[in-house]
Design a protein around this ligand. Structure first.
Ligand SMILES: [Zn+2]
Ligand SMILES: [Zn+2]
Length: 89
């Protein structure tokens, strides 16, 4: 999935990556810390826009409770995450 942001930044998310970072309570539990869940053969089936602030993704395994807000999506952008440690050191 590809997202082009208003500042021109382009984020490319592999499906497995996006599925793994599903923000819903079912995937993330209630621990408060974000975690990555490995889901084999995750396939994105449908994307619907939730108001003006988020995307709802539906997966081939029927999972569809993940509401990915735009700030969240930007936060997990693979290229930005990769750059973070380098910028900090
Ligand atoms: Zn989920
Ligand atoms: Zn990025």
């Amino acid at each position: 999935m590809q997202v082009t942001w208003s500042d021109g930044h382009v984020s490319r998310y592999p499906w497995r990556y996006l599925r793994g970072w599903c923000p819903c309570a079912q995937c993330q539990g209630h621990s408060g810390t974000r975690r990555f869940r490995e889901v084999e053969a995750a396939r994105l089936e449908y994307v619907s826009v939730v108001g003006r602030y988020a995307l709802n993704l539906r997966w081939s395994d029927g999972h569809e409770t993940g509401i990915y807000t735009y700030p969240y999506l930007r936060d997990i952008c693979p290229c930005c995450r990769a750059e973070e440690p380098a910028a900090a050191s």
